[in-house]
Design a protein around this ligand. Structure first.
Ligand code: SAH
Length: 232
């Protein structure tokens, strides 16, 4: 028996530390809790087997069903902006691979993550369980309507692009809550922060970004064209 398994793990550990340094710290991600979470969660466990060697590249990668796992910097930026505290209950729309949910699980009390494609949700659930992350609940459904039964949520993050901020998400946001969501066209969106103060919602625009579409009742209709694999 050789040592290839542990050698591979060492390579991934080194690549992960380099990612934190070069793609996150040097590019302005300063939240130490976010940096620590991203320094521990093995991103290689969330990409397709044939892409493991690319897991720490500075880019989004394709996952099953023409969806994508976001670029590490975008995950770091969204997590930092969301300002998650350890007592928070968080709702994520767009489980995808489960990577962003794993990062949030390190930061929050509990994470509910909603995915419209049951097969993706099932695989993400397996990965999260294998990593011993027990404070994540994987749900299947249309996240453009939120998930009222477990709300209100201290934080909501949408990792798919919406034409406008779905009203249901605003309704399910707790007082003093924060929501981070890419809003715009199919081709380009603005990462947007919405802060709730009682019945007021204050929107702050951030950087331009490109996510796969949020498909649902309060978002984009299903079109049948599934050429989104190059997007975040
Ligand atoms: N956060 C993921 C990446 C998300 S890609 C990760 O870390 O890997 C966007 C995901 O949103 C896709 O998996 C897509 O199927 C899902 N999605 C699109 N519309 C949705 C909706 N209305 N409700 C729930 N999930 C949706």
């Amino acid at each position: 028996m050789g040592h290839s398994g542990s050698d591979a793990n060492e390579q991934f550990d080194l690549a992960r530390q380099a990612m934190v340094q070069q793609q996150l710290r040097q590019k302005g991600i300063r939240d130490e809790r976010v940096l620590a979470a991203m320094a521990t969660v093995p991103r290689e466990a969330f990409v397709r087997p044939q892409d493991k060697s690319l897991a720490y590249d500075d880019r989004a990668l394709p996952i099953e069903w023409c969806q994508t796992i976001s670029q590490p910097y975008i995950v770091g930026l969204m997590s930092q902006w969301l300002d998650v505290h350890e007592q928070h209950k968080v709702l994520e729309i767009g489980t995808g691979s489960g990577y962003q949910a794993a990062i949030l699980a390190k930061l929050a009390r509990h994470v509910y993550t909603l995915e419209r494609l049951a097969a993706l949700s099932r695989d993400a659930r397996t990965r999260l369980m294998d990593l011993g992350l027990t404070n994540v609940t994987c749900l299947v459904g249309d996240g453009s309507r939120g998930f009222p039964s477990f709300g209100p949520y201290d934080r909501i993050i949408t990792t798919a692009a919406a034409p406008t901020v779905p009203a249901a998400l605003l309704e399910q946001l707790a007082d003093a809550g924060k929501l981070v969501i890419p809003v715009g066209s199919h081709e380009e969106q603005v990462l947007t922060l919405v802060e709730r103060q009682a019945s007021r919602f204050i929107e702050t625009p951030g950087i331009a970004c490109r996510f796969v579409p949020l498909i649902g009742e309060q978002a984009w209709p299903e079109t049948g064209s599934a050429s989104d694999s190059t997007k975040r």
